[in-house]
Ligand binder design. Structure first.
Ligand SMILES: [Zn+2]
Ligand SMILES: [Zn+2]
Length: 471
């Protein structure tokens, strides 16, 4: 959280001062974050300003609500103001200023800065600096609200505890410093907060229908508490529950529940992959009212104005989005593939001479050669669906034609099963063909991990051999 005495600038200065003086090794006390909790120092561990704004006042509001009747117009106003202030965060603080997903004309920027301040989440400048660090160093110690430090820390702990400011990653917010709306709001943030969070909703309810106290308690304090908790869920729940359709190397996740409470910010896996896209949900039925509102603002032309309030909406190319989705699907396939038995890789099989093959069969081995690959069918003879006699008659022979239509055009499943029985490669010209096929497959699949396609098994030869018995 921030006050008008913004700490970021101070810390930046302090950091550079320390860096410059590191040679003279100034002895500094260990930051309170690293000290053990004692009876004497526990209160220093708490950031009391933030704790007051996000814990104590909301709790006091809930206590007041017990004794304050909630009238119908105040309830409707509280809900409406909830959506306005939440949009100030999602459409303003987040998508406009933190990520520059679109551009907005001054009246819209002023409106978003106004309602955003009413959400009691710090100034635009402070919020965006933290959020950019969160994206740049997701899941590391430099991420100000890293979920790796615990769900509660990412939700609220990072604000209510006094954390060492040197740990947090630095980001460039110079673009925000050239936006006069951001600078104005930052400079007068304390007054903005007081007015937009509590006084304005109170005045509307008071002048509107005479419910001054109800306006303050419900549309002011309780409403702000709901907006805060909903937004905090993006830092905690959206990094905890849901699916990862675009990348699973880091924690962000997509979940409709988080989207429902955060005006569409719950499609967080997509958002971390494509942060400058003004959308968080890309499928039409997914709940992303922030996207719908921005789109609407880019279409509505107010009479007298040359252009809509929102413009230059950014989206990633469909091609790039689909590539990410496909790679993730491939990853899931690879994991499934790795659990299955595909037979010993051809490259690891020993090369056996025809004479050796015959000798071993004469000694009792139940070997069958198909397409240059030797298979040990001993344990399968009794289970052969085509009968024991047929498979037994192929032992010690090259059964390529028999297997591929000569007697029966074996199924895809049969080729797959056969591959689990392979024990060697037959020397004598055949192996050259096998290596050629194997290499052409590996060329397409650089890591050699792709699933063997149906019909591409090594034991399947070109066109089926016409059945000798067909006539
Ligand atoms: Zn995130
Ligand atoms: Zn973001």
């Amino acid at each position: 959280m921030s006050t008008i005495h913004e700490p970021a600038v101070f810390y930046t200065w302090q950091q550079s001062f320390q860096d410059r003086n590191s040679q003279v090794s100034i002895k500094k006390a260990t930051h309170i974050q690293y000290q053990d909790v004692t009876f004497r120092n526990w209160y220093k561990k708490i950031n009391w300003l933030n704790t007051t704004l996000v814990v104590l006042i909301p709790l006091y509001g809930l206590y007041l609500a017990k004794h304050t009747p909630l009238t119908r117009p105040t309830l409707l106003w509280s809900i409406a103001y909830y959506f306005f202030t939440a949009f100030g965060i999602t459409g303003g603080y987040h998508r406009l200023w933190s990520h520059r997903c679109y551009s907005a004309r001054p009246p819209l920027r002023l409106f978003l800065a106004f309602v955003g301040a009413g959400a009691i989440q710090g100034s635009i400048r402070w919020w965006s600096a933290n959020h950019r660090a969160h994206h740049r160093w997701t899941d590391t110690m430099k991420d100000p609200y890293s979920v790796m430090r615990g769900l509660l820390f990412s939700h609220i702990g990072w604000m209510v505890l006094n954390n060492d400011p040197k740990v947090k990653g630095r980001t460039d917010v110079s673009d925000l410093d050239s936006d006069w709306v951001v600078v104005l709001q930052h400079k007068h943030y304390g007054k903005c907060l007081l007015f937009t969070a509590w006084l304005f909703p109170m005045i509307v309810a008071g002048l509107g229908w005479g419910d001054w106290w109800g306006g303050l308690v419900y549309a002011g304090i309780i409403r702000a508490c709901f907006v805060q908790q909903a937004t905090f869920c993006v830092n905690s729940l959206a990094h905890w529950i849901g699916e990862q359709p675009f990348d699973d190397r880091r924690s962000p996740r997509d979940h409709v529940l988080t989207a429902l409470v955060t005006m569409g910010e719950g499609y967080h896996n997509f958002h971390h992959e494509f942060p400058s896209d003004y959308r968080n949900a890309i499928i039409w039925y997914q709940y992303d009212p922030t996207k719908w509102l921005i789109f609407l603002l880019s279409r509505i032309r107010i009479p007298g104005l040359v252009a809509p309030m929102a413009y230059d909406l950014k989206t990633f190319r469909e091609n790039e989005i689909e590539k990410g989705r496909l790679q993730q699907q491939q990853k899931a396939l690879d994991r499934k593939r790795a659990k299955l038995d595909w037979g010993i890789p051809l490259a690891q099989l020993p090369v056996v001479d025809w004479d050796d093959f015959k000798t071993r069969c004469a000694e009792g081995a139940k070997l069958v050669a198909i397409a240059g690959v030797i298979h040990d069918v001993e344990s399968f003879i009794v289970d052969h669906p085509g009968g024991k006699a047929l498979i037994a008659s192929a032992v010690g022979k090259d059964a390529t034609a028999l297997f591929n239509g000569g007697v029966y055009e074996h199924s895809n499943a049969a080729h797959n099963l056969l591959s689990t029985m392979r024990v060697g490669i037959l020397r004598g010209g055949q192996e050259v063909e096998i290596w050629k096929i194997e290499w052409s497959r590996l060329e397409k699949d650089t890591k050699g991990v792709a699933v063997m396609r149906a019909g591409e098994q090594i034991t399947r030869v070109g066109a089926p051999v016409a059945a000798a018995v067909a006539a």
